[in-house]
Each structure stands twice: as structure tokens, then as C-alpha cells.
Design a protein around this ligand. Structure first.
Ligand SMILES: [Zn+2]
Length: 318
């Protein structure tokens, strides 16, 4: 289920929002014309697109996914960071065991392979992999889509610092330190169990230093506020939030508050806004309640939340 989740984090949206406000005396048509010009000229990048291990639908064709190479071209999106995402079990040990690390590392490798397969075997005529800003510009100039790799959740690093270099060599240029669970690197903003490290762990500090050394961006989306402040203190390079929202606009555990956003800007970093409704606006209380009741009715929801792949579930025969 998760692999099909496609999230759009689009810096252009923030930019255009401010732009439109400042140009409010222009007509709607004039604003749109200027916005389209900016969009056409900029190297627009979606910094977070989830990928499947197997390309069930050919991304070189028009698919039912939110993002494919055809939709990118039609919409003028020049580049994407494809997210090598791996979740964690919601067990008391958070999956932070040798077996857990081994399993998740293998799964992450399959996703790295899937991205390389896309760019190098399936559609080298439509897209190419970039690992440097110069390559991004070169590829964009050719009219091909730019594919980059981010790792969402540092869980597959396990306790082996050497894996940071391994991911770098495979093309990863950002790592989101955690996902929705506390991991060996830091505490998460969405885990309701007590913090494991009260921020960044000692190993997490080494991971940040190694990412700084290699040139992998530190992504603070999903990490707890205390982890965020520890990263601000520890990182020697600007950091990013690859897909976050603004707490002042919408109260969500994953969103950043104004102090965090200002600190991120001061550090030279950037926040890329996730275009997912629940992180962009607060639901009216009656909708929140109705959704909660609906979820209670569905065992599938709980299973999906636990990270169980519903396609692999063997259903009891009636
Ligand atoms: Zn995410």
C-alpha cells in the first residue's frame, strides 16, 4: 500500500503563494501567465516521490500513480527525488534488532535497484540519474526528467556507519533520519511511545557527521522537535525538510513550528511543503470525528498502519 502513496513536496507552491500575494493587483490571468513562465524556466523539483520495488505500471507511460514520467513532462516538473522508503514495525523494540536491520537493508537495496533500473534500463531516453547539481542542470537542458535518490528513514543504515557511504555510492543525496517510529538514529515526531534517545542518539550524531563529510543532505522531515534541534546543533551543512508542513497553518505532529522554520532558514536550508491535505489545513472537528469512527470500522486501516502489505495477507476462507 505504501509504495503507491505518492506525495508531492513542491517548493514552487510556496514560491508562487508569496508571489501571488505580492502581485495581488494583477488579474488572475496575468498572475497565472507569470506563474507559468516561472514554472517553465525554473528547474522545479519534487523532493519526495515514493517508489515501488517493482514497477507494476510502466512509469514511462501514463499510469494511475500520482507521478510518472509522462505526467512530469505534461506538468513541467523537471526533477524528482525518489524516496527509498522503509517503514518500521510498531513493536516494543521498534525493529531495532540485527534481524530487523538485515531485513530492512535488503528491502532498501531492492528500491535502490528499482531506481537505477528505471533510469539506466527502462527509460534512459526519458530520464537520467543525477548525483550533483551540475548533472541536474545538464540533464534538465536535454529535456529528460532528472531522477535523484533520497532515503526516507535511516533505519536501513542499521548500526553500521559504513552503510552511509554505501548509500552515497548508490546515489543517495539526502537521508530522512527517521520515519514515524523512533529508530537507532533519533526520535520521531509521530511515535507516541516514550523517546528512545531524547533527540539524536550518539550513533545519530556520527551519522550526521558522516553525511556532512560525504555530501548527503540531512532531511529533518518526520523527526521529533528535540531531534531537529540536535541536528541544527550537530550539522555543519544546511539541512532540508523534504516534505513537511507549517505547524502554524495546520496542527500535525509532522509539521515544523515557526521557530524551527526560522532556524532552518538561518542555517541555509529549505523546507519543501508536502501537498497532502492533512498537513496543509486543519480539519473541522466534525470531520476529524467522522474519520476516526470510519477508521474504527476498518481493520484494514489498522493493518495498513502497522505496515502490513495487504496484498500479502492470506485471508481466511469463509
Ligand atoms: Zn514521509
Amino acid at each position: 500500500m505504501h509504495a503507491k502513496r505518492m506525495m508531492v513536496a513542491c517548493l514552487v507552491l510556496i514560491f508562487l503563494g508569496g508571489f501571488m500575494h505580492a502581485q495581488s493587483k494583477l488579474t488572475e490571468d496575468q498572475i497565472m501567465a507569470r506563474a507559468k513562465k516561472v514554472h517553465a524556466e525554473a528547474i522545479s523539483i519534487d523532493t519526495h516521490v515514493d517508489i515501488p520495488e517493482n514497477w507494476q505500471q510502466d512509469p514511462g507511460t501514463l499510469t494511475t500513480n500520482k507521478c510518472d514520467l509522462v505526467k512530469m513532462k505534461n506538468g513541467g516538473l523537471k526533477g524528482v527525488f525518489m524516496a527509498v522508503y522503509e517503514g518500521q514495525p510498531r513493536t516494543p523494540d521498534h525493529g531495532l534488532t540485527p534481524e530487523g536491520y538485515q531485513r530492512v537493508h535488503a528491502a532498501a537495496m531492492a528500491k535502490f535497484e528499482a531506481v537505477h533500473k528505471l533510469a539506466e534500463q527502462m527509460h534512459p531516453e526519458l530520464c537520467a540519474l543525477a548525483t550533483t547539481p551540475d548533472q541536474v542542470e545538464q540533464i534538465a537542458r536535454t529535456g529528460k526528467r532528472v531522477v535523484m535518490i533520497g532515503v526516507e528513514n535511516g533505519y536501513p543504515i542499521g548500526e553500521d556507519l559504513g552503510n552511509v557511504k554505501k548509500f552515497y555510492d548508490l546515489g543517495a543525496r539526502y537521508i530522512t533520519l527517521s520515519h514515524s517510529g523512533h529508530n537507532q538514529i533519533c526520535d520521531s515526531s509521530s511515535d507516541t511511545t516514550p523517546p528512545l534517545h531524547n533527540g539524536l542518539s550518539p550513533f545519530g550524531k556520527k551519522v550526521v557527521a558522516e553525511m556532512n563529510r560525504l555530501g548527503i543532505m540531512v532531511d529533518v522531515s518526520h523527526i521529533a522537535a528535540k531531534s531537529f534541534w540536535d541536528v541544527i546543533a550537530a550539522s555543519k551543512a544546511p539541512i532540508i525538510a523534504s516534505h513537511s508542513g507549517c505547524m502554524t497553518v495546520a496542527k500535525a505532529d509532522r509539521n515544523l513550528d515557526d521557530d524551527q522554520i526560522k532556524a532552518l532558514a538561518k542555517n541555509g536550508g529549505v523546507i519543501q511543503i508536502v501537498a497532502l491535505a492533512s498537513y496543509l489545513k486543519n480539519d473541522p472537528p466534525e470531520r476529524t470525528e467522522a474519520v476516526r469512527k470510519l477508521r474504527e470500522l476498518s481493520p484494514l486501516y489498522e493493518m495498513a498502519k502497522e505496515g502490513i502489505d495487504l496484498k500479502k495477507v492470506e485471508w481466511a476462507k469463509e
